[in-house]
Design a protein around this ligand. Structure first.
Ligand code: AGP
Length: 627
C-alpha cells in the first residue's frame, strides 16, 4: 500500500514530488525516496521513517531537471530501511513499485545466476534489474517494460525512468491504483488524485494491465501487449483545501467533526420529499463513467427497480471497518426488505469457493475502492453470475469501475488511516439502500418509509449534539488508559458498532480490545471480567435494551468497570455504570450512526493521550492494496 508520484514538465520535480508524497503518506510511511534526472544523471535520495526525514535530507538540494519519480513505502518485502526504500536504481533504470511480485525468489535466482548485483531485500529492485536487462537489448523503455511484464506474477504497479531516455516516464498498472494527471506541457502519474489535485483536475484512470507512456506534451495508453488504447479523461472539481486539516489537530479529528455534513451529503441525493430514490446507480450501463453526472435519472431509476426486483439473496463483502458496516446492513435489509443477507470478510469469501445462487446481488463496501481482497471478491462474484454493486468513497476506483452498479459514500477525501466519516456515510447509504429495496419489494409501507426518511433527515443535527458532548468522551478515554483489556459489547445493530469501537482502540491506541455480541458473554468472555477489565456497552433504548441491562448487571456483579452508552438521560444505565455517556434518542435505523461517534472520539483521545500518531498509526496503511 505504497504511494507513488511521477512528474514530467517545467516545474521543479523535487517540489511536485514532495508535495504529492505528502498527500500520499497515509498510504504508507516507513520510508521514502525520490529520483530526479538532471543532465542525464539520476539524483537519488532515500530515507527511513516519515517523509520529513527525506524532506530534511534534500532541503538544500538545488536540482534542476524536468523529470522525476517518488515513493513512500509500506514494507512488504524487506524491513523498512534506506537500502530497501524506493526508488531502486539499476544501471540507468530507476523504478518505484506498489504491490507484490509473488515469483520473487525464482526471479532473484535467475538474476543472481546471470551475475546481477542485488543491493536490497525487495522484490521491487528485481523488476528494475529485469527492465535494465531488456532495455540493453531493445533500447526503448516502453518495449523493455512490455517484455518484462510476462515474467512477473502478482499485483503490482510501477513507474520507470531511464537516463538514456530522459524525456519520458513509463507506468504500468495491475492491482494497486495509478492515475494520470494531465497538464499543459506537463504530465503526472500518482497512486491517488489527492497527490495531484493541486496541479490539475483532469485525470485518466488506468485499468489493470495497461501501460502509459508519459511525455511532457503527450500521454499514450497501451495494453500490456503494446496495443494503443483511447481513453477519455475525467474532470474532478475537488478543491485542494479538502485535503488540508483546516485548524484541527489531526485529519481524523477533522473527519470526525465533518460527519454531520458528510452524512447529510451522502443521503441528500437519494431523498426526494418523504421518499427514498436509489438513483444514479447505473446498473450495467456501459457509458456510466462518461455520463454519470448527466445520467437520465428516470430511466436509470426504472432500470435499478427492474434489476433489484429480481434479486432473491444479497451478499455483502468487505474488510475491516467496512465489514462492520456491512454487518449492520444485514439487520436493515432483512428487517425492511425481507431479503436474506449473507455477510463475509473479503479475504474469506474469495478463497472459500462460495455458493452464489442465481438472482444474487453481491455488494462490496470499500472506502478506498482499492482493497485487494474486496476487488478479488467482486471479480469472483461476477464470475459466479451475480449482479455486483459497489458502495465506495473514491469514484472511478478499481472496485467502482469493475462493478455493475455504483453507490457512493460522497464523504470527500478521508486522510486519517482510521476510518470515521466514511463509516457513518456508509451506514447512512445502507439505510437508503435498505429503504429503497423495501420500497421496490413493497415490504415497506409509505408511512414507514416517511418516518424513516424523517429520521434520516434529523440525524445530522443529532450528530452535532453528540459531538458537543466530547468532554465526556475525553473523560471516558482518560479513565480507560490503565486497563489491561477492553470488551466492547452490544446486541443487534449495536454489536457491529461494538466491534468497530474495539477496532478503533486497537488501531489507534495499540490496546487489545474485543468486540462481542453481548448475548455471547456467558459463552466465554465473562471469564475475562474482573476489576482490570473495562467493558463498554452500547445500550440504546431499543428492543434489546432489557437484555443488555442484564448483561451489564452480570459484568457489575463480577467487578468489571462499565462505561455504558445510552439514549438520553437513562437513569437505569447511570445506576449500574461507572460512567454513562448520553446519546440523543433516535430509532434503530439511525442509532448506529450516533452511537459510533463516542467510540471514535474515545479511541482518538486515548491515542493522543498516549502520544501516538493518530493519523498514521504504526503498521497500518489507508488502503490495503496487497493481500
Ligand atoms: C478502518 O479504520 C481501517 N482503516 C481498515 O479496517 C479499513 O476499514 C479496511 O482496510 C477496509 O478498507 P476499505 O474500506 O478502503 O476497503
Amino acid at each position: 500500500m505504497c504511494g507513488i508520484v511521477g512528474y514530467l514538465g517545467p516545474l521543479n520535480p523535487k517540489d511536485v514530488i514532495m508535495q504529492g508524497l505528502k498527500k500520499l503518506e497515509y498510504r504508507g510511511y516507513d520510508s521514502a525516496g525520490l529520483a530526479i534526472l538532471q543532465d542525464g544523471n539520476t539524483k537519488l535520495v532515500k530515507a527511513t521513517g516519515k517523509l520529513q526525514a527525506l524532506e530534511d535530507r534534500i532541503k538544500n538540494e538545488t536540482w534542476t531537471g524536468h523529470v522525476g519519480i517518488g515513493h513512500t513505502r509500506w514494507a512488504t518485502h524487506g524491513v523498512p530501511s534506506e537500502r530497501n526504500a524506493h526508488p531502486h536504481k539499476v544501471h540507468g533504470i530507476t523504478l518505484v513499485h506498489n504491490g507484490i511480485i509473488e515469483n520473487y525468489h525464482e526471479i532473484k535466482e535467475g538474476l543472481l545466476a546471470r551475475g546481477a548485483q542485488i543491493a536490497s531485500d525487495t522484490d521491487s529492485e528485481l523488476v528494475a534489474h529485469l527492465v535494465a536487462e531488456e532495455f540493453e537489448r531493445v533500447k526503448d523503455l516502453k518495449t523493455a517494460v512490455e517484455r518484462v511484464l510476462p515474467k512477473l506474477v502478482g499485483a503490482f504497479s510501477i513507474v520507470v525512468l531511464c537516463e538514456q531516455s530522459p524525456n519520458e516516464l513509463i507506468a504500468f498498472k495491475d492491482g494497486p491504483p495509478l492515475v494520470v494527471g494531465l497538464g499543459k506541457n506537463e504530465n503526472f502519474v500518482a497512486s491517488d488524485v489527492q497527490a495531484l489535485i493541486k496541479y490539475t483536475q483532469e485525470f485518466i484512470y488506468l485499468n489493470d494491465r495497461e501501460i502509459v507512456k508519459l511525455l511532457a506534451d503527450k500521454v499514450q495508453l497501451f495494453s500490456s501487449h503494446g496495443v494503443p488504447i483511447e481513453r477519455k479523461s475525467v474532470t474532478l472539481n475537488w478543491s485542494p483545501e479538502l485535503t488540508e486539516k483546516q485548524g484541527f489537530a489531526h485529519f481524523m479529528l477533522k473527519e470526525i467533526h465533518e460527519q454531520p455534513r458528510t452524512v447529510a451529503t451522502a443521503v441528500q441525493t437519494h431523498l426526494c420529499g418523504d421518499r427514498v430514490v436509489l438513483n444514479r446507480v447505473g446498473f450495467l450501463d456501459k457509458n456510466y463513467f462518461e455520463h454519470r453526472d448527466s445520467i437520465d435519472v428516470e430511466k436509470d431509476w426504472e432500470n435499478t427497480q427492474r434489476i433489484l426486483q429480481g434479486i432473491e439473496r444479497v451478499f455483502i463483502i468487505a474488510c475491516g471497518t467496512s465489514f462492520y458496516a456491512g454487518n449492520i446492513a444485514k439487520y436493515f435489509i432483512e428487517k425492511i426488505a425481507q431479503l436474506p443477507v449473507e455477510i463475509d470478510i473479503a479475504s474469506e469469501f474469495r478463497y472459500r469457493d462460495p455458493v452464489v445462487p442465481k438472482n444474487s446481488l453481491v455488494m462490496t463496501i470499500s472506502q478506498s475502492g482499492e482493497t485487494a481482497d474486496t476487488l478479488a471478491a467482486i471479480r469472483l462474484a461476477k464470475e459466479r453470475g451475480a449482479t455486483t454493486l459497489s458502495l465506495c468513497n473514491v469514484k472511478n476506483s478499481s472496485i467502482d469501475r469493475f462493478a455493475d452498479g455504483h453507490l457512493y459514500m460522497n464523504a470527500g477525501p478521508e486522510i486519517g488511516v482510521a476510518s470515521t466519516k466514511a463509516f457513518t456515510a456508509t451506514i447512512a447509504m445502507l439505510n437508503v439502500f435498505a429503504l429503497g429495496l423495501g420500497q421496490i419489494r413493497k415490504t415497506l409501507s409509505p408511512d414507514e418509509e416517511k418516518n424513516f426518511v424523517m429520521s434520516l433527515r434529523s440525524v445530522p443535527s443529532k450528530m452535532e449534539v453528540v459531538l458537543s458532548y466530547d468532554k465526556y468522551f475525553l473523560a471516558a478515554a482518560n479513565s480507560l488508559k490503565d486497563f489491561r483489556g477492553f470488551l466492547f459489547m452490544g446486541r443487534g445493530t449495536n454489536f457491529p458498532i461494538a466491534m468497530e469501537g474495539a477496532l478503533k482502540l486497537k488501531e489507534l491506541a495499540y490496546l487489545h480490545a474485543e468486540g462481542y455480541a453481548a448475548g455471547e458473554m456467558k459463552h466465554g468472555p465473562i471469564a475475562l471480567i474482573d476489576e482490570r477489565m473495562a467493558v463498554v456497552m452500547v445500550a440504546p433504548r431499543d428492543s434489546y435494551f432489557e437484555k443488555t441491562v442484564s448483561n451489564i448487571e452480570e459484568v457489575k456483579a463480577r467487578g468489571g468497570y462499565i462505561i455504558s452508552l445510552g439514549s438520553g438521560d437513562d437513569h437505569a444505565l447511570k445506576r449500574i455504570s461507572k460512567m454513562y455517556l448520553p446519546i440523543p434518542s433516535s430509532d434503530w435505523l439511525t442509532n448506529p450512526i450516533l452511537f459510533v461517534i463516542p467510540l471514535q472520539l474515545m479511541a482518538y483521545h486515548l491515542s493522543s493521550v498516549l502520544g501516538y500518531d493518530v493519523d498514521q498509526p504504526r503498521n497500518l496503511a489507508k488502503s490495503v492494496t496487497v493481500e
